[in-house]
Ligand binder design. Structure first.
Ligand SMILES: [Zn+2]
Length: 52
């Protein structure tokens, strides 16, 4: 059984499935807790140098 919570890689906060993501396929593809975090992650990988 799939868990209904994930950890956002940007803000490091757990977030749960929401009504707007009730579709299982949609939830499975969700990585970030919010649109803002997703945008942040994209800009961050752009501006930051690669790790190590
Ligand atoms: Zn987040």
């Amino acid at each position: 059984m799939l868990t209904d919570s994930k950890l956002c890689p940007v803000c490091q906060r757990p977030f749960e499935n929401r009504k707007k993501w009730q579709s299982r396929n949609q939830w499975a593809s969700i990585v970030y807790c919010s649109k803002r975090c997703r945008t942040q992650a994209r800009s961050r990988t752009k501006s930051l140098p690669p790790e190590a």
